[in-house]
Design a protein around this ligand. Structure first.
Ligand code: SF4
Length: 62
């Protein structure tokens, strides 16, 4: 599984960083970005983050 954030869609609400701090971080532009692709133990959390993002900016590739 791969995950990425569409930075042009992200509104910087910080929700994904709160939910999954091991995967997402805020960058200097105030947008979320993925900080690791070691997701094997975090898949369900990452999926929950993607579903929770208010603008669907978190994309998952299976
Ligand atoms: S939840 Fe979505 S909009 Fe909010 S910071 Fe994360 S990627 Fe951006």
């Amino acid at each position: 599984m791969k995950v990425y954030v569409e930075s042009e869609s992200c509104i910087g609400c910080g929700l994904c960083v709160s939910l999954c701090p091991d995967v997402f971080k805020m960058n200097d532009s105030g947008k979320s970005e993925v900080k690791t692709n070691e997701l094997s133990s975090l898949e369900s959390e990452v999926k929950q983050c993607a579903e929770s993002c208010p603008v669907n900016a978190i994309k998952i590739e299976e």
